[in-house]
Design a protein around this ligand. Structure first.
Ligand SMILES: C[S@@+](CC[C@H](N)C(=O)[O-])C[C@H]1O[C@@H](n2cnc3c(N)ncnc32)[C@H](O)[C@@H]1O
Length: 374
């Protein structure tokens, strides 16, 4: 999904694995991706790949990198890492060796050194050391990109904003037909949908990125880039956005959705209602309907959810003919209670839960007469 999004943004994906996609680009491209990608969690820029078999070798190689051209001497530095190597049983130790190599190098050039600590509020360097190969990256995002800044009021089991965007992307909804989100919780799917439909880059909502703390960062270029990707305001009262409807049985969830949508600047684009999902008013024109129920991961909850999953199947079958219907769940047994055969099953992870995005072909009339929309 990410590879697809990055390609749509105009880049050529040169490699990918289950955790990331790779492109060739400049710092300007990294800034643009931080602003525009809805699905990526971080944008990292590779500094060096090298053979590494010990903390000494890590420190030696790191001290040969021109950090004075990357990290401002008066700034703040933090190190993150993922390490799988027999010589390291505490990643803090490797992080410390890398940090010392960086600040010592900067002090030897400038006579002073950056402060350092755990906060991702300044320059962030990431060490990826698996087996005999280490890579040092600049993490240009800092705080993960899912932290858009609009979700001031979380509700039960919210989706990460990037996961919600990936779900929308995978369902094939492209922002020009109605979107209905019953069981909306804190509104993440509806808000991400409204941002997509109006072409608003999610990064515009954030207060800052780690690349702003790189040596040589140019605030003017950054301001120009933000202006370039900001969609033009529609004329007063005019909006081409399709209806986006978010409902939930819990009034607190709807309050959270409204407030979060206001914070994201899309409050006027989302119709909300407190109701059972089955009573959600569906627009006349067919579009996408996405349900994200609870998974019943705690003891005893699963039994009560079985009938709820069954009702969701009835709702899709009886009220959503001609629509593209989707259920996102982390409980594969409960998914069987929906009673409809999914046309697609997309594996995804929600926090540490193995989840599925299930797509259903919903027919109007008889199967022979009509075509499905998924
Ligand atoms: C897993 S949460 C959805 C989280 C949401 N996707 C988000 O990102 O915040 C499930 C939601 O379903 C709602 N819910 C449970 N039973 C419902 C019902 N019968 N009708 C409507 N909403 C229901 C709950 O109130 C809860 O907000």
């Amino acid at each position: 999904m990410l590879a697809d999004e990055i390609t749509t943004l105009g880049y050529t994906v040169t490699a990918h694995d289950p955790t990331g996609v790779e492109i060739q680009g400049t710092l300007h491209d990294a800034m643009r991706l931080n602003l525009q990608s809805r699905i990526a969690m971080r944008v990292l820029s590779l500094i060096e790949t090298f053979p590494c078999d010990s903390p000494d070798q890590l420190a030696q190689t790191a001290s040969e990198i021109a950090w004075e051209m990357i990290v401002p001497a008066g700034g703040y530095l933090s190190i993150t890492s993922t390490i799988r190597h027999p010589s390291i049983d505490n990643t803090m130790f490797a992080n410390l060796r890398l940090k010392d190599a960086i600040v010592d190098r900067i002090r030897s050039v400038h006579g002073r050194r950056p402060d350092s600590g755990p906060l991702r509020t300044g320059t962030v360097i990431h060490l990826h050391w698996h087996g005999n190969t280490a890579q040092i990256w600049v993490d240009t995002s800092g705080q993960k990109l899912s932290d858009r800044g609009y979700r001031r009021m979380p509700h039960h089991a919210p989706l990460r904003e990037t996961l919600a965007a990936a779900i929308l992307h995978r369902t094939g909804w492209r922002g020009d037909t109605p979107l209905v989100i019953p069981m909306c919780g804190s509104g993440t799917l509806a808000i991400e949908g409204a941002l997509m439909a109006t072409g608003r880059p999610p990064g515009l909502l954030r207060s800052g990125f780690a690349f702003q703390h790189l040596y040589g960062f140019n605030p003017q270029l950054w301001a120009d880039l933000r202006r370039e990707v900001t969609p033009k305001k529609p004329r007063r009262g005019k909006t081409n956005a399709p209806p986006i409807i978010a409902t939930d049985i819990d009034p607190d969830a709807i309050e959270a959705t409204r407030r979060n949508a206001e914070t994201a600047g899309v409050g006027h684009l989302i119709e909300t209602a407190v109701c059972d999902f089955a009573d959600t008013e569906m627009p006349d024109e067919a579009g996408h309907v996405i349900l994200h129920p609870e998974y019943g991961l705690r003891m005893g909850e699963e039994e009560t959810l079985k009938s709820l999953y069954g009702y969701m199947g009835d709702f899709l079958k009886q009220r959503c003919g001609g629509w593209s219907g989707w259920i996102f769940t982390g409980n594969l047994d409960l998914a069987k209670c929906v009673g409809l055969r999914p046309a697609s099953r997309v594996p995804m992870r929600h926090a540490k839960v193995d989840a599925r995005l299930l797509g259903y072909e919903l027919w109007t009339g008889t199967r022979e007469q009509e075509s499905p929309t998924t």
